[in-house]
Design a protein around this ligand. Sequence first.
Ligand code: ADP
Length: 327
Amino acid sequence: MAFGLAGQYHLVAMQPLFYLFIGAIVIGLALLLQHERRQAARLVERSRELERLSSELLRANRMKNDFLANVSHELRTPLNAIVGFVDLLREGVYGELSPRQVKPVERIEASANHLRHLVDQILDLAKMAAGRLDVHAESFDLRPFILDVASEVESLVSEKDLALSLVMGGSIPRVRTDPTHLRQILVNLIGNAVKYTDAGSIVVKTRVLQRESALTQGLPPIVAAAQEEIESWLSIQVIDSGIGIAITDQERVFEEFEQVDSGPHADSPHRGTGLGLAISRRLARLLDGDLLVASEPGKGSAFTLWLPLTVSASQRSASSEHPAHTA
Ligand code: ADP
């Protein structure tokens, strides 16, 4: 009994402590809840701020692209007029040029053409960045197309006394892609091959490869995975025996305005703008393919354009390759 009383006494004595304990827990929980609420409110505020910043960035980027597109467009008109009038001057429409005038007029023509090319490229890039460069896919025969591109660049190639050979697989099919974009990529690649090769040859090699062998030959798996239903891949390689590109520069050359140290070519009058490969890779990706390079300094470079191909079984690649044309 005495024990019972003592126990009751203890319980009574502990009650305030118990309430204190519960009270502390309740206060703790309330504080925690308040802290959590504040944190949640802060997070909402931050995510709103991020949303606002990202839409501001998008707007600024859109404005930059629009500005570039408009400026390039506006620059083209007077530039075309300069090139046109210089042409007339050179042709003697305004009277024969004196021997002293010929060189400066040629300089004006070369510079104006260079500027027009640069403006065209900036316009292309701005359109691509704004998602305003369309793809107009058509079905066409690849063989005559490549021959036509080769004849377009023939004067460039013969200026430097280089040999251009075209190698095409036995059954080059009809393709369905944008011929204007494809031509722009190929002309740029062959133009570069000529620019950065002093002696030797340039080979344009066209093949159709089944998915598995395309993957073993360098088709990026991520590109193949994005086109799961595509069984055949077109590979067009532009291979030169020129100065080559160091391994550390091989990704950099695809960035806008990047020009790697090209030795004696750095001061060449044919030196470009550093935009050609950036545009070509973007175009290749716009066509659901890709553009890659393999190169060894002093030995040459091989640029490979991969494009997805939908062809009938009868048209599929023959493994044999025949030289088709030599310019
Ligand atoms: P550019 O107009 O300067 O040629 P590109 O974007 O076409 O610009 O090329 C970027 C750089 O990549 C070039 O400045 C050059 O240094 C290098 N390059 C491109 N193609 C070749 C090639 N076939 N051989 C060696 N270097 C090349």
